[in-house]
Design a binder for this molecule. Sequence first.
Ligand code: APR
Ligand code: ZN
Length: 246
Amino acid sequence: MDYNKKIQKAAQIIKRAKGLYCLTGAGISTESGIPDFRSPKTGLWEKIDPIKESTVQVLYNNPARFYKIAFPRYASFRNAKPNNGHKALVELESKGILRGIITQNIDNLHYKAGSRKVWEVHGNTRKSYCVGCYVEYPFDEIITQLEKGIEVPQCKKCSEMIRPDIVLFGDSMPDDYYQAVAEIREKCDILLVVGSSLQVQPVSTLPGMVSSLIIINLQPTPYDYRAEVVIREKAGKALMDILTYL
Ligand code: APR
Ligand code: ZN
């Protein structure tokens, strides 16, 4: 089936949806200049090993390493801007077609784009907190302290370490994840997957919970065989093109 036919088919499926939700991954943000993790050659994990660097073990046992190697990526999101993919999802939500977004991304771009219902199942880079007394800080408090040459950002109240409010390998899942699972189980009949390799548990179990999938992804995913339509196109273009039929 050619590209335009797939776009029209995706729009028809969306039109019949009783509960349309969108699951996004790093692939929706590459057009904003943020590299994803697993794209061949450009994916971040080709350069640093996530299991070695972005983990709670490294954060707690070797925090200076964590803030030197894993952290710079999180700081790089500050100036990134939402792209057409994020904007198309805002439009779908404002038309009352999309009920909400489950995102694995911590780059705040759905939030910046103006999406209202977003479950950030891997956390976000707007907040941070002290691991000792749990007092909250803006994410930028970490950047400010690192820029002053402090190796491990410290709480102003109890001097314990401040950490970003994101889900590292080894962290437990946040409330947003459980709320998203409940919502999907109860209300979702069509899940639009955009820019995710669907390889990381437990989020990669979500597409298995719904009866109908639309996948927009440049590379194959383990769920392609189950999708009603798979669109191998950039998210920004594909989502804007689908919008023209809705
Ligand atoms: N349009 C469509 N698809 C794209 C685009 C684009 N512009 N750019 C990249 N992709 C696709 C890639 O082909 C890839 O399959 O997006 C997918 C991104 O997959 P990953 O890099 O694995 O990112 P993601 O699925 O979000 O990873 C999940 O893994 O390391 C952890 O916590 C991290 O949240 C992340 C999780
Ligand atoms: Zn503290």
